[in-house]
Design a protein around this ligand. Structure first.
Ligand code: PGA
Length: 244
């Protein structure tokens, strides 16, 4: 896993935007997976303006949803779909048929996991997966202790995620379970970029970069991925820079 440190959040977003640009230029039908959350919003802004100015053409790409809170859909403010549709898919004019997202309201979530797994294999796997890292080191909703070989699955959320996740909602909500692509998908993606910003993440970043490689800190497993990068702004990198 290579580590890149950018001066600030905008530069971090720009760096990752350039990677998306390169991959889409090389492979206009690339399969892309983006996270929701606060971290990728700068990247989404960049992609929307590139798409509007015809500097990128995302119309041939397929998009796979990373995760969702069980029981929510795109109409629920704070859901992952809500963020991705409003901040990326709708402003970029992406056709519905190109978007493959969990239906976290499905009656049978196990079947929903199988549906998404089959779509990913039919698409030939994920070319580029961008990830955020949670305060507990999770990737998507792969919480500490998750089996590293799992594909899509339903999870009972970690207490940290239940608590931190409140920031996406106006009013307090009960966040109990999630549906997510698995660490197996992440490890099988051809390129993975984990994007982290802010000094509130600097402790978990240090663990991810320098601690034991273990599913207790799921993001540390990226160190075993052959083509993964951890991209940080200086604030997120603060604790790893201290020792240098
Ligand atoms: P954030 O979420 O981008 O809102 O910090 C990251 C995550 O929990 O994966």
């Amino acid at each position: 896993m290579n580590i890149a440190i950018e001066q600030n959040y905008q530069k971090l977003s720009d760096k990752i935007t350039n990677e998306v640009l390169d991959i889409v230029k090389q492979k206009p039908e690339a399969v892309l997976c983006f996270p929701s959350g606060d971290t990728p919003l700068g990247l989404f802004n960049n992609l929307v303006s590139l798409q509007r100015n015809k500097k990128i053409d995302l119309s041939g790409c397929s998009f796979v949803g990373l995760d969702e809170w069980v029981g929510m859909d795109e109409n629920d403010e704070g859901s992952c779909k809500y963020t991705l549709y409003r901040k990326l898919f709708i402003p970029c004019g992406i056709e519905k048929e190109k978007i493959h997202f969990f239906d976290a309201k499905a009656a049978d979530l196990r079947l929903e996991c199988e549906r998404i797994d089959s779509i990913i294999s039919a698409l030939g796997g994920i070319d580029l997966m961008i990830l955020g890292i949670g305060m507990n080191g999770h990737l998507g909703l792969n919480e500490p202790g998750t089996d590293a070989k799992l594909l899509s699955h339903v999870v009972s959320l970690d207490m940290v995620t239940r608590h931190v996740g409140q920031k996406y909602f106006h009013d307090p909500v009960r966040l109990e379970s999630g549906i997510t692509l698995g660490l197996g998908h992440i490890m099988q993606s051809r390129r993975v970029i984990a994007m982290v910003s802010g000094n509130h993440k600097s402790t978990i970043v240090k663990e991810v970069a320098e601690g034991e490689i273990s599913n207790r800190v799921p993001a540390s497993l990226l160190r075993n991925h052959p083509n993964a990068s951890l991209c940080l702004d200086r604030e997120a990198a603060m604790q790893i820079l201290k020792n240098q």
